[in-house]
Design a protein around this ligand. Sequence first.
Ligand code: 6PG
Length: 240
Amino acid sequence: MGAGIDTRIFDDADALATAVADEICALAAVPSTRPFTIALAGGSTPKRLYELLAAPPRRDRVRWSDVELFFGDERAVPPEHPDSNYGMAKRALLDHVPVTAHRMAAEKDDAAGYARLLGERIPRRRNGIPIVDLVLLGMGEDGHTASLFPGTAALAERGAWVAMNDVPQLKTRRMTLTYPVLNAADRVWFLIAGAGKRTVVAECLAAAPRRDDPPPYPMLGVRPTDGELIWFLDKAAAGR
Ligand code: 6PG
């Protein structure tokens, strides 16, 4: 479906979440000598996925002690705030399974602290950058992903693994993984659902894959150097 991107299209958001949940169960079931690391996406789309992973039968298929969760981004609010990505994941998943999850305390402004945590917990490196086994991402209608919004400073970050990012269009600050970490991952899966995303999805898929100059939409800057990139779409977002 264009741009050399591996796109998988599902009837609706629930079918999309079910497919991703089953893929994660399969990945997490592979025996390994190290934890399977996942960076969770924020926003609303992944909520159903997290609920599916938190309930039988999938909850009991995953060896949660062999999984370690991180966050792709977070709003500068405490965990109990309704906008908190951690709070959403906690209600949907973390309260229901015995898993280690590392909250991004964006309200404390300590991007370097979260970067240190990534370095301590994820030993594998690609070009010196921690390799997350699976990064889950969403996409906004402006083509942002994580908290990499159009026109914001963190888009240009090529050194730091985590950044505090001023987002004037939302009059807020957020903490986000930067492109170096996202593109060092073994797998990056976008979960994109709803007709509201249709226009940007079509424009992103039509855009020629360019590695050098800034892409027209931030989410197009996510091109793993060696890892897998899959866009999971429902028909509404895919314009079907
Ligand atoms: C966030 C997310 C963000 C999200 C998109 C899509 O903190 O909001 O990280 O990048 O994935 O905004 O959000 P929806 O899933 O709610 O459409």
